[in-house]
Write a protein that binds this ligand. Sequence first.
Ligand SMILES: *[C@@H]1O[C@H](CO)[C@@H](O)[C@H](O)[C@H]1NC(C)=O
Ligand SMILES: *[C@@H]1O[C@H](CO)[C@@H](O)[C@H](O)[C@H]1NC(C)=O
Ligand SMILES: *[C@@H]1O[C@H](CO)[C@@H](O)[C@H](O)[C@H]1NC(C)=O
Ligand SMILES: *[C@@H]1O[C@H](CO)[C@@H](O)[C@H](O)[C@H]1NC(C)=O
Ligand SMILES: *[C@@H]1O[C@H](CO)[C@@H](O)[C@H](O)[C@H]1NC(C)=O
Ligand SMILES: *[C@@H]1O[C@H](CO)[C@@H](O)[C@H](O)[C@H]1NC(C)=O
Length: 605
Amino acid sequence: MTLIENYLVVFSLILVLFPQICWLYSFQHEWDPIHNKYSQFSNAERLQMVDASKKMFQFGYDNYLKYAFPEDELDPIHCRGRGPDYDNPDNININDVLGDYALTLVESLDTLAVMGNSSEFKKAVKLVIEYVSFNNNNTVQVFEATIRVIGALLSAHLIIIDPRQPLGDMSIPGYENELLQLAHDLASRLLPAFSNTATGIPYPRVSLSKGVPLNCINETCTSGAGTLVLEFGVLSRLLNDPVYDAVSRRAVASLWSLRSNVTGLLGNVINIQTGEWVGPMSGLGAGIDSFFEYLLKAFIMFGEKKDLEMFNESYETIKFHLRRGRPKCNYGAGNVPLYVNVNMKTGETVNTWIDALQAAWSAVQHIKISYISEQVLNGDMEEAICSHALYYAIWRRYNALPERYNWQLRAPDVRFYPLRPELIESTYFLYRATKNPFYLHVGRDILESINAHTKERCGYCTIHDVHTKELEDRMESFFLSETCKYLYLLFDTDNPVNKEFSRYIFTTEGHLFPLDMKFHKKPWVEEEGCTHKGQARSQSLLLKQARKELEGPKSTNYNEPVITDARTNFSNCDTIDQERRYNLPILSRYLAQLEVAVGLRGDSS
Ligand SMILES: *[C@@H]1O[C@H](CO)[C@@H](O)[C@H](O)[C@H]1NC(C)=O
Ligand SMILES: *[C@@H]1O[C@H](CO)[C@@H](O)[C@H](O)[C@H]1NC(C)=O
Ligand SMILES: *[C@@H]1O[C@H](CO)[C@@H](O)[C@H](O)[C@H]1NC(C)=O
Ligand SMILES: *[C@@H]1O[C@H](CO)[C@@H](O)[C@H](O)[C@H]1NC(C)=O
Ligand SMILES: *[C@@H]1O[C@H](CO)[C@@H](O)[C@H](O)[C@H]1NC(C)=O
Ligand SMILES: *[C@@H]1O[C@H](CO)[C@@H](O)[C@H](O)[C@H]1NC(C)=O
């Protein structure tokens, strides 16, 4: 070879290798500030965050016990307790949730267990047994009482009776199922909501001692009626009393049968007597979010195929009708992917806002991936990463998540932030799935904003206005139950719950339920006319009614396709390319695009 030829060989080698070299270089991203910011999170920093999230919980919890117990909530500015608003029965913002049952303590039980605080867990369980009673005539929302109180009581009960005690010694000497009995007592007081409804969809509210109030509104939101199956199903199985399972399933079946025969979508508010959709808006936010979540979680918990079929169909419908923006999260050009609110009958976009509760959708997507799909790194993962990244960008803009954010105006429509957990919940699930340090940074950003802007004399406050950071004197019980729990679990990577992640499921209120094959079996006999060890006569009547409607020919046929619109072959199954796996979960150019989209930075292009 001549010298020239040698040069030519080397030169052509460089030409061949050049794309590879570029590709390797792009792995380093040394010049990319976004990549540099997120690429590492040291163990020492992580341990600091474990400590900080524990301190956050303890500050709220200790002060609740000191200043508020046995009332329901702590007022973190005035350092006093808060119970139902007896002066103004119409104040549903308070009265739907607070029932004079030491709500914050009840909701904190399983967080104490997750944090391994055995002595405090035992003390708190004893306080609940001693103080909590449902024998009052407060009118509460069926949904809130179920997910907050029944869910928390069942979770703590299951933790106490678990023979393996994986979270540390959480056993209670002399325990006689008192928490289960409390859950049973409350659930039986909620049952009247399921009577005298033409559709089987429950009334939204009951008085704990007098049943459904006279002149109770005949309208309920979809998630209020359709997010009871996990708690009621577990309760039924533990009690060997099918009534709770039956009434909650009847509500879901009825809602499902009323979905649009054009789009397959459900609205967000329905008349429980006529089955008419009073609120025809469909979306993934308030009023409907947890309906889909519970179809999936019910399948995981109880293994009933029809739940998965309903979820699968919903999932496709949601992607088809609600999703906007470029087809792939991490590929190609176009707007930021977004799930919008649409008219359930036409699929047309009805407004330009997204709400804070919707931030939990990434967690649902992740759960779908972990339990249902074989492949972890598939298109659903991409979707989850992208939905989450949008909410994170909004968080960084306001150091909080406004209740409603208008993506067209790039401004909040509703400005409060009540310390909701949904973004941190999704952050936690995505970290479990990717182990990407990006999510530890997100968690730290969230924790630091909460400490910087909401911490007051004796607790953490609702932000009244994300612009001004004006506060409200209220700390909702889900702050200790969910927000602190998910933050702690995000950073405490060696936690028993993380080591056995697939053995647990979190309720929509963040309460931990162990998965157990025994819940796949129904302890009661299934045949029509069976004699069950039911409680009261009214219950067994209710049960018969529920069963009839579930089995009757007019009720839902889960296998029958009712949707008549044409589906595209919207594909979501592409695998994630290597660059993504080892670098940012979402390409930095798309993160930058999100920052522009929410007004965090100007548009430089
Ligand atoms: C358990 O919780 C109590 C109350 O917050 C706290 O004082 C104590 O330090 C905690 N113990 C551990 C080991 O975290
Ligand atoms: C029901 O509540 C009212 C106030 O709203 C109270 O006066 C009454 O004593 C309560 N009745 C029972 C049985 O608790
Ligand atoms: C609710 O529906 C029932 C039965 O159709 C009716 O008797 C009652 O008046 C309705 N209540 C209200 C508040 O509209
Ligand atoms: C959808 O249901 C409505 C009644 O709810 C009926 O009038 C209409 O014909 C149905 N459309 C199709 C395409 O089946
Ligand atoms: C639901 O969808 C998953 C894939 O996402 C599939 O593996 C499963 O077989 C489907 N199950 C049912 C019951 O439709
Ligand atoms: C699937 O989509 C591609 C374009 O994305 C299109 O070319 C193809 O014809 C579609 N296939 C079917 C069966 O609709």
